[in-house]
Design a protein around this ligand. Sequence first.
Ligand code: AMP
Length: 350
Amino acid sequence: MTASTVPEVPPGAPEPVGRPAAVFALLSEYASALDKVRASGRTVGFVPTMGALHAGHQALVRRAASECDVVAVSIFVNPLQFGDPDDLERYPRLPDEDVQAAGEAGATFVLMPEVSEMFPSFPAPVPTAVTVSGLADRWEGAARPGHFSGVATVVAKLFAVTGRCRAYFGEKDYQQLAVVRRMAADLSFPVEVVGCTTVRDEDGLALSSRNVRLGAEERRAAAVLPQALAAGARAIAEGEYRPSMVEALMSQVVGEEPAVELDYAVVVDGNDLAPAISLRPDRPLRLLIAAHVGGVRLIDNIDPAAGTRGIPPPRRSVTYSATPINPTQPVMVHRSRPGPAPADDPTKGK
Ligand code: AMP
């Protein structure tokens, strides 16, 4: 379907399920279709993605469809946010399946522009870029220089053409969500940024377009990431008050899997993502983790106060003796109890 087939969506018309009403390649046509939607008094929900849509993306689209009259999904593999050309090259691209998946979840419009439409000068440097300092410099920003500037630049451009809307982002990319919120507020975009819960596989691994690149053994080993986060959350729920001990525990859990190379496992302030100084319950906290599994870089995070929902209990009983960073502190012994019994989960209901 092309932009020339764009139908007028009459006010009150039922939202299409199964296929979007229109797929746009041109920003101008997409922008004017959304202007017409708003002119008819309806609200717009926007879900930006890089495609290879999975149930996590579809959950964002469903949430948008439940809260907005018309949902637009963008599918664009943004070259500005990839430092490694091989990573960009290998990123999965499934346009036909994506249009179908977006429509099934409730998308009305899909924007699928070419790189030349988004960034005409590319691969020469794009002259105008958006940077968010501070927030974007830590963790993923430090590991992937230029990444968040690429994200902020493409999201700013997508917000500009989408116009007034509610925009749905996954908490799965927690730092990205924080950067986008900051950028939207600082540049006064008429966009309300909405964070959505991470969708996980049965073993707790967060769904990601990159998971398809994991071999069978790597895929099995990758489940240690949510296990490490859950162990950290349990330790906090059991009264651990030292961030360094929680971090040592998380890295010990990851150390159980030789196939997984930890990049960072940290406790941060949930607002500014600075390293947490204390684990006071009145402060919002986030546990962040990043690791390489085979050639694939995976990230995940949880809010320890929200418990370990979606992450199954560990399969076997392991006792971790975390070595504190400050050797004058006592060694913490934490028992990771085996399943079943979510009822035994000390974080349940918190
Ligand atoms: P991406 O296509 O990876 O750029 O992701 C597009 C949007 O989907 C971002 O807001 C992501 O945070 C979100 N997302 C990706 N994976 C998940 C997941 N497992 N659960 C919820 N949201 C997700």
